[in-house]
Write a protein that binds this ligand. Structure first.
Ligand SMILES: CSCCC(=O)C(=O)COP(=O)(O)O
Ligand SMILES: [Zn+2]
Length: 213
């Protein structure tokens, strides 16, 4: 069966990507062309879906007419284009397949890199009782969560194959060690809320570790 994407759905996804890219660039969360964003478009089954993704290597603090393209569940472009999908598209493919999410945002920040190294050997970042855990729809008092960390490899398929096992049911994100965070949600609004909450919690975890030293 072939994928049919409505023009208006594609345009809406590209507009939403531009808006969130502009906002995150304003927070300086795309240093050195790092980071990538995607929004799923159309019907979803784990075997077949499509998403709009940022093109590889672009300066994400600049908006141009050629910043996004549509790819399928294997990360292959589904329209004729001279653009290359993000080098990390396969990671997005695996997250969509495993979670059915509607949007995935990946950023490199100093705090997410620091905590991924601080807790890298442990395999997850522990967060204990911080109010902002509620941004993940976890409402219990003094909730304790673990944010999973996967190793960083030069070959993206090696990272992608670790994603499914690493994902924890209540936690809408994974850290790639000394690389960055992929956060997701049912839509762009939720993925942004999750990303901001993760970054707050990473700064908190880093500063708390320093205070306790
Ligand atoms: C310059 S950062 C190295 C690649 C990376 O980790 C990243 O997030 C950006 O890659 P893309 O291909 O999506 O531009
Ligand atoms: Zn990256």
């Amino acid at each position: 069966m072939s994928l049919t994407i409505r023009l208006e759905d594609k345009q809406q996804a590209f507009e939403e990507l531009r808006d969130i890219k502009t906002y995150l660039a304003g927070r300086n969360w795309f240093p050195g062309t790092s980071g990538n964003l995607s929004i799923r478009v159309g019907e979803f089954t784990p075997e077949q879906f499509a998403f709009a993704v940022t093109a590889s290597g672009k300066d994400k603090s600049v908006n141009t007419p050629s910043d996004y393209l549509l790819v399928d569940q294997s990360g292959k472009p589904i329209e004729a284009t001279g653009l290359k999908p993000s080098a990390e598209t396969l990671i997005h493919c695996e997250i969509y397949r495993a979670t059915g999410a509607g949007a995935i945002f990946h950023v490199h920040t100093v705090f997410n890199n620091l905590v991924s190294e601080l807790y890298g050997d442990r395999g997850s970042v522990p967060i204990d009782g911080v109010e902002l855990i509620k941004a993940f729809n976890i409402w219990e008092e003094e909730a304790q969560i673990e944010i999973p960390i996967v190793p960083n490899y030069a070959e993206i398929p090696r990272i992608a194959e670790l994603v499914e096992q690493a994902i924890l049911p209540r936690i809408p994100g994974i850290l790639i060690r000394k690389h960055g965070i992929c956060a997701w949600g049912a839509n762009a609004f939720e993925a942004k809320r999750h990303l901001e909450a993760f970054e707050f919690l990473f700064e908190y975890a880093y500063r708390l570790a320093l205070l306790r030293k």
